[in-house]
Structures are given as structure tokens and as C-alpha cells.
Design a binder for this molecule. Structure first.
Ligand code: FAD
Length: 286
């Protein structure tokens, strides 16, 4: 099913993000996680894709096939382009088509310090154009409530996003954020700019301090004082930090839902406990 068709007025979409097990691990190791996630009845599950530079990330495709075949949930396949040639991307698209996987999250990918980018794709919008011309796929894209780290400013970032959407994106998933005001401000500017596709809010439930430091250094999300206080109060008490992290994520989601957000995308970090806890708190709201 096309992801964009899942968005109906008054019915927010719920989706999860997972990453494939490392190459030296069995794919089946993720079954325990998938079983719990799928019992929570998400509308779709997205599967991340390595930024590349050292071969094709076929694990993503294998896992997406498994989600569809064994769990009957629609997968959204992430695909990055910076470190791939058109020929390599074409091979992946052939494989996806053959497997009947029709939803792709088209991404540029982060720069890999150990690999020179290939020259075929510069921005995600180039990949969107390429996939559209290849034909037969529904394309999602990423967006940034606080602006992308490399963008000159948010206005320019939204102009670039509008171009990406115009090239063929029919659904957006946001980067994580810890202050809903950033999301509301971004959403308003995006609508004014004429971006009218559904925008899902990306929520990262925090369960340990190292995780949050790593994520923030990678994506530049800002940490509101309320959030910092919670982290520093409970950083050395694992169970307390888990409870506090879940409560924070739930309060963000409840507020987003009450403001009629199009959907909630939970970065599960392959931790079924996280998704289960959050869903038990919001089940009657969706
Ligand atoms: P783009 O849309 O190309 O934007 C990147 C930058 O280029 C922005 O600053 C933008 O303003 C600018 N830009 C765009 N078009 C133009 C133009 N025409 N002229 C000038 N500037 C332009 N990474 C992975 O490696 N694997 C994953 O699975 C993955 N999943 C993700 C899922 C989500 C929901 C999100 C939000 C991010 C994910 N990422 C993933 C990270 C992503 O690859 C990085 O954030 C990357 O730096 C940007 O990717 P993009 O697709 O948003 O790029």
C-alpha cells in the first residue's frame, strides 16, 4: 500500500523505524523485536540504510522483505545516494521492484569521512528525480524542524525541501526534536511555502545519556532546559532515566496529537520495550 494513502483526516498515522542487524549477525535475530513491534499494529515500519561507501546495503532490502512477508506490515525502505552511482541505485531499484517493495524514503545520506562521495547524486532531490523517472515507486523524504545542519538558514532549507517535494515526494518524515515548538514553526513555514504533503513528526525516546549525546552531535537537535534537567537528574539511574525518557516522549506525542499532527514516527532503536511502553500510553489517542 502507498504510504501517502494511509493518511486520512482525523486519523494520525503511527510508524516505527528500525535498523538491520550488522552483517555478521543473523537477520532472524531481529524477529523478537519485530514480533512485539508488529503486535502494536503500526501503519508501516521503516528500515534504515547505511550511508554506504563500502558496498551496497542489501540488508535493508532483506529486512524490508521479511517485514512484508512474515509480519504483513508495509515496509518503507530508506535509500541513500551520496556514495552510490546511478548504476548501483538502479540495481537496488530493480531488486526492490522484483520484491514488490514500492515505498522508498529517498535520502542524500550523511557524508562519510572514509569515502569520497560518488559524483552521480548531490542532493536527495536528485535521487527523487531518478526514482521518479525509473517509475513504479512512491517516494518519501526527510525534513528538519530546526533546519538541516548544513543549510544556510531555515528559509533556504525549506526552499530546497519544496524543490524535493516538487520532484515527486508525497510524504515527509521529520528529524527528531525535543521541543514541539520547532515542529509547529517548521510545519507552518512549510505549508506557507506550498508544501502540502503529510508531515510525520519524528520522536526519539531517550533511554541513555550516551545515545542522546551521539544523536545530538549527528543531527544538531537542541535540548530544551526542561529536558536537560531531566537527563542530568537521572543520568546515573538506568531505570529512572528510562521512565523519565518515556514520559518525556509521551508528553511530546500527546501534545502533537492534540495539535492534529499528521503522524508520529518513533525511532525505536530496535528496542521493543520503548515502542510497547509508548503505545500503551497513547493507544486511545490514535
Ligand atoms: P537533502 O534533502 O539533500 O538535504 C541536505 C542538505 O542539502 C540540506 O542542508 C538542504 O537544505 C541542502 N540542499 C538540498 N537541495 C539543495 C539544492 N538544490 N541546492 C543547495 N542545497 C540543497 N541517513 C542514512 O545514512 N541512512 C538512513 O537510513 C537515514 N535515515 C534517515 C531518516 C530520517 C527520518 C531523517 C530525518 C534522516 C535520515 N538520515 C539517514 C540522515 C540523512 O541522510 C542526513 O540528515 C543527510 O545529511 C541529509 O539527507 P536529506 O535526504 O535530508 O538531504
Amino acid at each position: 500500500m502507498r504510504i501517502e494513502e494511509m493518511f486520512q483526516p482525523g486519523k494520525p498515522v503511527l510508524s516505527f523505524e528500525i535498523f538491520p542487524p550488522k552483517r555478521n549477525r543473523e537477520l532472524e535475530e531481529i524477529d523478537d523485536t519485530l514480533k512485539v513491534l508488529c503486535e502494536l499494529e503500526p501503519d508501516f515500519i521503516s528500515v534504515t540504510f547505511g550511508a554506504g561507501g563500502s558496498g551496497i546495503s542489501s540488508r535493508t532490502v532483506e529486512l524490508a522483505k521479511k517485514i512484508r512477508k512474515d509480519y504483513h506490515v508495509e515496509p518503507l525502505v530508506h535509500l541513500t545516494c551520496l556514495n552510490y552511482t546511478k548504476r548501483e541505485i538502479c540495481e537496488i531499484l530493480d531488486e526492490l521492484k522484483e520484491a514488490g517493495l514500492e515505498n522508498i524514503l529517498a535520502l542524500r545520506g550523511d557524508r562519510n569521512p572514509d569515502a569520497e562521495p560518488k559524483q552521480d547524486f548531490r542532493y536527495a532531490s536528485d535521487l527523487v528525480t531518478f526514482i521518479r523517472e525509473y517509475g513504479g515507486f512512491h517516494i518519501s523524504g526527510a525534513c528538519y524542524p530546526e533546519g538541516h545542519m548544513e543549510a544556510e538558514n531555515q528559509i533556504q532549507d525549506i526552499r530546497n525541501l519544496k524543490h524535493k517535494v516538487d520532484e515527486g515526494v508525497s510524504h515527509l518524515v521529520s528529524q527528531l526534536f525535543f521541543d514541539n515548538e520547532f515542529f509547529y514553526g517548521f510545519q507552518e513555514k512549510a505549508r506557507i511555502a506550498g508544501i502540502d504533503v503529510p508531515i510525520e513528526a519524528g520522536i526519539m525516546p531517550v533511554i541513555n545519556k550516551a545515545q542522546i549525546e551521539r544523536m545530538v552531535s549527528l543531527c544538531g537537535a537542541s535540548l530544551p532546559p526542561k529536558f536537560r534537567r531531566i537527563m542530568s537528574k537521572y543520568e546515573n539511574r538506568r531505570d529512572a532515566l528510562f521512565d523519565a525518557g518515556m514520559a518525556y516522549a509521551v508528553s511530546q506525542i500527546v501534545e502533537l496529537l492534540s495539535n492534529d499532527v499528521d503522524g508520529i514516527h518513533i525511532f525505536t532503536m530496535n528496542n521493543p520495550k520503548v515502542a510497547k511502553r509508548i503505545c500503551s500510553e497513547i493507544r486511545n489517542l490514535i
